[in-house]
Design a protein around this ligand. Structure first.
Ligand code: HEM
Ligand SMILES: *[C@@H]1O[C@H](CO)[C@@H](O)[C@H](O)[C@H]1NC(C)=O
Length: 175
């Protein structure tokens, strides 16, 4: 008997059924680990390039174009006459987002009254709001000032846009 035991070679060990199964499992797991590493590399895609900052005053009609449905996906909204670039908050205001009703709109009344809706008036002078509602709108405006870039002023009918010099914007462009 000892004679046969001695003739069991490494190759015999490797090719015994149980070891073949174990080798196959190891090969499979190594393959899975490599594959998952590869997949997570693909998932960590470079973040989308931020859009260039814009600085301009817009009418209510012009503001409407920036509701996130344009090719560049930029989203603007206005609070009490100040237009903010809320593109970074696209998950809130972008198409299908919970606050998409504010995208490209004057959101003052909605934010003041707690209704996720924007008026389609030519211009909403929110002079009828209560002091509580005004306070609420001011709080929102403060939050937007901290989080988002200011684009300009929302123009009342008949108002003319300000000229913002290149020097005012942070990334200067030479023309
Ligand atoms: C049941 C009621 C509501 C719930 C549970 C709720 C919940 C939330 C949550 C979880 C966020 C995300 C916060 C974050 O991730 O930073 C958010 C954001 C926001 N909510 Fe509401 N909300 C409610 C009602 C409202 C109403 C009535 C308004 C306005 C009329 C409103 C306006 C907003 C806005 C503008 C943002 C985005 C703020 C930003 O740009 O950072 N929400 N809300
Ligand atoms: C809007 O701004 C004006 C001028 O700064 C201020 O008097 C008014 O209370 C503001 N209204 C709201 C709703 O924030």
């Amino acid at each position: 008997m000892s004679e046969t035991e001695q003739t069991v070679t490494f190759w015999d060990e490797l090719t015994s059924p149980i070891n073949l199964v174990l080798v196959a499992i190891i090969v499979y797991l190594v393959y899975k680990i490599i594959q998952s590493k590869f997949e997570s590399d693909v998932e960590v895609a470079p973040p989308p390039k931020p859009l260039p900052k814009i600085r301009k005053d817009l009418t209510v009609a012009e503001l409407k174009n920036y509701d996130g449905t344009q090719p560049d996906g930029r989203v603007l909204l206005a609070v009490n006459g100040t237009i903010f670039d809320v593109t970074r908050g696209k998950r809130f205001y972008g198409p299908g987002g919970p606050y998409a009703a504010f995208a490209g709109k004057d959101a003052t009344r909605g934010l003041a009254t707690g209704e996720v809706a924007a008026s389609d008036k030519e211009y909403d002078d929110v002079s009828d709001l209560t002091s509580d509602e005004i306070a609420s709108a001011k709080e929102w405006e403060e939050q937007f000032r901290e989080k988002y870039d200011i684009v300009g002023r929302l123009l009342k009918p008949g108002e003319t846009p300000n000229k913002y010099s290149d020097d005012e914007s942070e990334d200067k462009k030479s023309q």
